[in-house]
Design a protein around this ligand. Structure first.
Ligand code: HAM
Length: 426
């Protein structure tokens, strides 16, 4: 039997309801922030991610799905959303519009990782990017969006960790300090880290193999190498978070697995007992040089992405269902195949009038039609026989009270509106 590829999953049933519910919720939330919806291609030229995310990151060096198309182009399935949005921002000259521009997106990302609970090879992110402001206010606001979203969903056990990577000057000073520090320990580091030492020593701190070693724990901390501007920016972010009553903890060991960050970086974790190792539900930060690096003007950005699978697992762990079933208003069947076209056209009219409608396609018996309608939790059942066709008076059964009504065809929409009006308002 053909099976889905390793690390992927199908979305149907409850999962599908969750996805739809979540999309609806964030669509409304993003309107509150005047953020605009974006969709960018699922594959882009490999160069974009390799440069944008960084050649020495694990994501690019080990996890991208790279391939050549039939025209010999090097393409990559997007491992994350930021680089594509930045490319779109530059290519469509969106920087010429009023800034800041706030963009949001929701879609699948692809990373060749070892699958386990909360870690997939195809996974979904809801992401947000704001272009065109250096102000720490927007860093704090971006973090608060995640916290607000999780609060709306009712998720309680979360923890916000923030850190700063400083500006270019601070980063350079820190890079030198790391080179000096790791030089005598090079032989104790894994092969990858020895390569990272040459190319990008900051990435050593992100190593999953060496992370428990003492040399890592005692490594110089970024916070000791910040210049005045970087310190000021970080202090402001903290001040604004305090003003918005967003609780956080400063965690100097957060460096993040992507190269594009400057200044503020953050992670929002599930603080739920027994929740697995993949507990970072959302993460992001500021990227002041990425737009320029990818070929655009010098415009700063800041953003985040939420991993949907992990968020759903965290919600489940707290017993939050996160779904809104779309109820079936009407089930229609004919008593013989002669009424089929009548059933079809009535259903078409009712659907266009806004009612969720299902019909019998398969000439079920009278009894099994009622059973079927029950299974679908239909609120009303309309039964069409030859008499109904002739008199244009429909037999309508309230499937909850079991009461039966005779309703003129021309009045059926008003009748259903009146009966269902209250619970179908939205
Ligand atoms: P990231 O930390 O690589 O950041 O991913 C963000 C979130 O995506 C993670 O916190 C996690 O919840 C989820 N995630 C990542 N990999 C997987 C996986 N293999 N399976 C399931 N979930 C996963 C970014 O992607 C940046 N683009 C975030 C950002 C936006 N920074 C600025 N703007």
């Amino acid at each position: 039997m053909l099976q889905k590829p390793k690390g992927t999953y199908d979305i149907y049933g409850d999962k599908a309801l969750k996805m739809l519910y979540f999309r609806k919720l964030v669509t409304a939330l993003m309107d509150k922030y005047n953020a605009k919806y974006f969709e960018t291609p699922i594959f882009e030229s490999s160069n974009l991610f390799h440069r944008g995310v960084g050649e020495t990151t694990d994501i690019v060096s080990k996890e991208t799905y790279d391939f050549k198309d039939r025209g010999g182009r090097d393409l990559t399935l997007r491992p994350e959303g930021t680089a594509g949005i930045v490319r779109c921002f530059i290519e469509n000259k969106l920087y010429a519009d009023t800034l800041p521009l706030k963009a949001w997106y929701l879609g699948p990302m692809f990373r060749y990782e070892r699958p386990q609970a909360g870690r997939f090879r195809e996974f979904y992110q809801f992401g947000f990017e704001a272009f065109g402001s250096n102000d720490a206010m927007i860093d704090a606001e971006v973090i608060s969006i995640i916290v607000n979203l999780f609060n709306i969903l009712g998720l309680k056990g979360i923890k916000v960790y923030i850190n700063t990577l400083g500006d270019k000057e601070s980063r350079e000073k820190y890079r030198k300090a790391l080179l000096d520090y790791f030089k005598p320990h090079l032989n104790d580091l894994c092969e990858d880290c020895q390569m990272r030492y040459e190319k990008n020593p900051l990435r050593i701190l992100d190593c999953k193999i060496d992370s428990d070693k003492d040399i890592m724990k005692n490594a110089p901390k970024m916070t000791d190498y910040l210049n005045e501007d970087s310190k000021k920016h970080f202090d402001k972010v903290k001040e604004y978070l305090d003003i918005m009553k967003v609780e956080y903890e400063v965690n100097p060991s957060i460096v993040r697995g992507l190269d594009y960050y400057t200044h503020t970086v953050f992670e929002v974790s599930a603080d739920i007992q027994g929740f697995g190792a993949q507990n970072v539900l959302a993460a992001g930060g500021r990227y002041d040089h990425l737009v320029e690096f990818i070929g655009g003007p010098s415009i700063p950005g800041v953003g985040f992405a939420v991993g949907l699978e992990r968020l759903f697992l965290a919600l489940e762990a707290e017993g939050i269902l996160l779904q809104e079933k779309s109820p079936l208003d009407v089930y229609i069947f004919g008593t013989s195949s002669l009424e089929k076209s009548y059933v079809l056209s009535l259903a078409n009219n009712l659907r266009m009038a806004g009612f969720n409608t299902e019909i019998d396609y398969n000439d079920h018996s009278f009894k099994s039609n009622f059973k079927h309608a029950d299974k679908l939790s239909a609120k009303f059942i309309i039964i069409i026989g030859s008499l109904e066709v002739e008199t244009k008076i429909l037999t309508v059964k309230d499937n909850q009270t079991k009461e039966e009504y005779k309703v003129k065809l021309e009045d059926i929409i008003d009748f259903l509106d009146e009966k269902l009006g209250d619970d179908d308002e939205d």
